[in-house]
Design a protein around this ligand. Structure first.
Ligand code: ANZ
Ligand code: ZN
Length: 857
């Protein structure tokens, strides 16, 4: 028998597939399409096990889909702009492109070695001018549509990376890349107005049935829609007098989700960054304390400051504000837990209903007025129906933020209060009539800050002209190319590169300067999946007809770390391109699979610093790529973490050897290694044959089912069951006997083909070699139709049932799988005749496929 030798067959088939263009996308419109996509990698060094897992999942789905008759698009490319390349260039005194393209070659070689079925003619490399020019083109279309804005605002600045960051790229005050502390700086920056799409980005999450719920929840939280009201308060003069004719400057508006609590407002809060705050206190005795709060707050990120459990700091400004609902004057404080970039940066504080305000009131000894109570609150009996204010302090240890009944709230007393309550509606209506308020929806989502002060990115196509102002680069002048002659190690940047900066104004022809900011690399990954549908188009980013044929991506696979940033930005781009008339889908990714991590055997994340990295190439050198692929899918469901266990990999390798031998044996090619055991009876042989007929149909059905749910591990387990049944069969039926029986003879080949085809997505080289060399077939196994199955034949003929009497198993019976319930009852009763002697049978219940339960007294 020819032994299984992965090291010989794998490179050979990889070459053959490349030579015959096996993985070229067919673009065959007569077939239904399937777009299978894995998130493209960042080319930093060689691939690791996390990549192997991600791309193996995609490859198995792609190969399976092709055999199921789909026209499959399964491309790969590189997310090639970004800081690591720039840092490496500085370190090695070379160019970012050199580092980037070298790493791309390394990774590409590894992908080929893994046998992934990419169509390499469709590769998209983000730092290639052929690609990034279209990023610039899209930028210009967005600009025309009013979706691009340049504005001055406080932004997140990472001193380490020397660039600004989008809000999404700051977690708990840290840079997403270097984890250094992020500062606030006032800078003029470029933004994409993603907030214009906030509502749609939220609503359309409902269409994404194929996404994990937790990812949708993370997106919804990030978008952060809040329904509430704007309420306008009036600022009293420094003398405490209410202005007779308030100007706009005297009116300060808050955003609140709880206008029903207006009667409980006992102070008013401003964010430390609130514009005009210092004017309120300038030259007063309150100035120093307020300034101190402002300065301390500037050292802490807004995210951290907004966290509930942090100690709150504040100071009185000496000023008062008039509550529009009751004309009451309340003191104005600055407080560090109020952030400037949400709502209006001003807040009506209601300590009885809001925990943060409650803590602040306790700390600074401000009144806590109970105005909404649960009916079981002891205070309720005392205040029920009381309209005027009698109680201004409580002995609670936290705020009451649930629904309740209003008390001490004037004419609203007695109404049901809480979020979205009748009291909310009534108060908003009255404020609106008085011109002091209106309903308002707020989003946490901010506009996407896309400009970066770095070289290795897509240049923003804009020109600053002293005469004409800010001018877009004309489309025919794209791409704005990155200059290649730049000495980053010497500190040169785009802004200091004379050849790049100096240009002429496309409007007036006068001397002008280029914009020197580049785009956030997340812009590149926001539409690469569209470029794959038409990667060589030099007139448009993609032909809408082609994109519309392939979109949506049917299965997207990537890490959970991209649950917010990349997926949200891609969803935004898709909607914008749709509105530009280039696309007819609302959402880019129909199904999303977030694969789990690959960890070491102790459950630790693999990392160079921990020295616990398992290198894919070492494992391939030992067991071949097919075993690594099958192992990675067998060990855990794809969305769960996988703990590396080399024993398990060796086990899979063994299985593949065994299955190889079984296929050979079936085909009469096992020679001296046949499993046949002389002396098996005819009856044993025919039982093994019947069982295998059943298994052949059952397993094909089960694998299809498992593929529908991406349960590759159970699919492989089922294939193992099929090989076990096959092994039993060839043990008990000799090759001569099988050859002599016409039905068995045809069946041998059928089973061999079924096993090889079922394994083909997992172990493509193993399957291809058997398909040709042992089965003697022509044409690649990977373009063969997936095996059919007959559900009738898959049914077990007989099933074994336990027979219980009063909850205890007394016997086992074997009945026909399709036996009638009454027959089963009769068989069950007969089997326990002895146990039932002298008793009255009260009840007999059949649990199909499991047991017969008899109740007797
Ligand atoms: C009065 C009130 C009473 C509030 C009450 C809550 C409970 P969400 O749900 O996240 O939208 N708020 C408004 N702007 C703020 C800012 N810039 N910084 C910090 N807090 C701010 O939260 C809305 C609530 O957060 C608003 O409703 C406001 O407090 C506070 F029993 O107004 B509320
Ligand atoms: Zn000009």
């Amino acid at each position: 028998m020819k032994p299984y030798n992965p090291h010989e067959i794998e490179p050979r088939w990889q070459q053959e597939w490349a030579d015959t263009d096996l993985n070229k996308v067919a673009e065959d419109a007569s077939k239904p399409k399937k777009y299978v996509l894995e998130m493209f990698p960042y080319p930093s060094g060689d691939i690791h096990m996390g990549h192997v897992r991600n791309y193996t999942i995609g490859d198995v789905i792609a190969r399976y889909s092709k055999m199921r008759g789909f026209d499959v698009l399964h491309p790969m490319g590189w997310d090639a702009f970004g800081l690591p390349a720039e840092n490496a260039a500085i370190k090695h005194n070379s160019h970012p492109a050199t580092w980037t393209y070298a790493n791309i070659e390394t990774q590409k070689a590894s992908f080929k070695r893994m046998g992934f079925s990419y169509d390499w003619d469709r590769t998209v490399v983000a730092c290639d001018p052929e690609y990034y020019r279209w990023g610039q083109w899209i930028f210009l279309q967005m600009w025309k549509k009013g979706l691009v804005e340049r504005r001055n605002s406080p932004v997140n600045w990472c001193p380490n990376c020397e660039t600004v960051l989008a809000n999404e790229q700051v977690t708990e005050g840290e840079c997403w890349r270097c984890h250094g502390a992020v500062e606030k700086r006032d800078l003029t920056q470029w933004y994409f107005k993603i907030t214009d799409y906030a509502q749609e980005l939220l609503d359309d999450l409902d269409q994404l049935d194929g996404w994990p719920d937790r990812v949708k929840q993370m997106q919804a939280n990030w978008i952060g829609r809040s329904e509430g009201a704007e309420v306008t308060f009036t600022l009293c003069g420094p003398d405490g007098e209410v202005p007779a004719n308030p100007t706009d400057d005297d009116l300060i508006t808050v955003f609140t989700t709880r206008p029903d609590t207006l009667f409980g407002c006992s102070f008013f809060l401003l964010a430390p960054e609130y514009k005009g705050l210092m004017d309120l206190v300038e030259g007063t005795e309150y100035e120093a304390a307020v300034r101190e709060v402002v300065e301390q707050a500037s050292k802490v990120s807004a995210v951290e400051r907004a966290q509930g459990d942090r100690e709150k700091h504040g100071a009185f400004t000496g000023r008062y504000m008039v509550n529009p609902i009751n004309g009451e004057k309340v003191p104005v404080w600055v407080a560090d837990y109020i952030v400037s970039d949400y709502g209006t940066g001003a807040v009506m504080a209601v300590p009885c209903g809001d925990q943060r305000d409650f803590e602040f009131a306790r700390k600074y000894d401000l009144p806590i007025i109970p105005i909404i109570l649960g009916e079981d609150d002891p205070l309720f009996a005392q205040l029920n129906g009381v309209q005027d204010r009698r109680v201004t302090s409580v002995d609670w240890d936290h705020a009451y933020d649930a629904e309740g009944v209003l008390v001490q709230s004037g004419t609203y007393t007695g109404m049901a209060g809480g979020k979205h309550s009748p009291a909310v509606d009534a108060i908003i209506a009255d404020l609106e009539a008085a011109g002091k308020g209106r309903t308002k929806v707020e989003f946490r989502l901010r506009d996407w800050l896309i400009s970066r002060q770095r070289y290795w990115g897509d240049p923003i196509p804009a020109i600053h002209c002293p005469t004409c102002g800010l001018v877009p680069v004309p489309e025919e002048d794209l791409p704005v190319r990155l200059p290649e002659d730049i000495d980053l190690a010497a500190g040169e940047t785009l802004a200091t590169h004379e050849g790049f900066v100096n240009t002429t104004c496309p409007v007036c022809g006068g001397p002008a300067k280029r914009e020197t900011d580049t785009m956030d690399t997340f812009t590149c990954s926001s539409w690469y999946y569209l470029r794959y549908t038409d990667p060589h188009n030099d007139e448009l980013p993609f032909d809408p007809a082609k994109a519309n044929r392939w979109m949506q991506v049917d299965q997207y696979i990537g890490g959970i770390e991209h649950a917010i940033l990349h997926l949200l930005y891609s969803r935004f781009f898709t909607k914008v391109l749709r509105d530009l008339g280039l696309l007819n889908v609302d959402e880019p990714f129909a199904n999303l699979l977030c694969q789990g991590m690959v960890k070491d055997e102790h459950g630790e994340t693999m990392s160079k610093s921990k020295g616990n990295v398992i290198a894919p190439e070492d494992m391939i050198a030992e067991y071949g790529t097919d075993a690594v692929r099958a192992y990675i899918l067998f060990m855990a469901p794809p969305d769960k973490d996988l703990l590396w266990d080399e024993g398990g990999l060796a086990g899979i390798y063994k299985f593949m050897n065994r299955a190889w031998r079984i296929v050979c044996d079936l085909m009469g090619a096992a020679d001296d290694e046949t499993l046949f055991q002389a002396g098996s009876s005819e009856d044993e042989g025919s039982k093994a044959f019947e069982k295998l007929v059943r298994e052949r149909h059952r397993v094909v059905g089960k694998v299809a089912d498992d593929f529908d749910r991406n349960n590759f591990n159970t699919a492989l387990a089922a294939i193992m069951e099929l090989t076990n049944a096959t092994s039993d069969y060839v043990r008990k039926c000799s090759a001569e006997d099988r050859a002599a029986s016409a039905s068995m003879h045809a069946f041998d080949r059928e089973v061999a083909e079924v096993i090889v085809k079922l394994m083909a997505p997992f172990a493509p080289h193993w399957a291809e070699e058997l398909w040709h060399d042992v089965l003697g077939n022509e044409g690649s196994v990977h373009v063969q139709p997936w095996p059919d199955f007959d559900p009738e034949q898959a049914k077990a003929d007989e099933v074994e049932l336990a027979v219980q009497v009063n909850g205890k198993v007394k016997a086992k019976i074997t009945v026909a799988a399709d036996a009638a319930e009454d027959d089963i009852k009769a068989d069950g009763l007969a089997a326990v005749e002895v146990a039932l002697a002298g008793k009255d049978v009260k009840k007999v219940v059949v649990v199909p496929g499991r047991l017969v339960n008899i109740v007797a007294k």
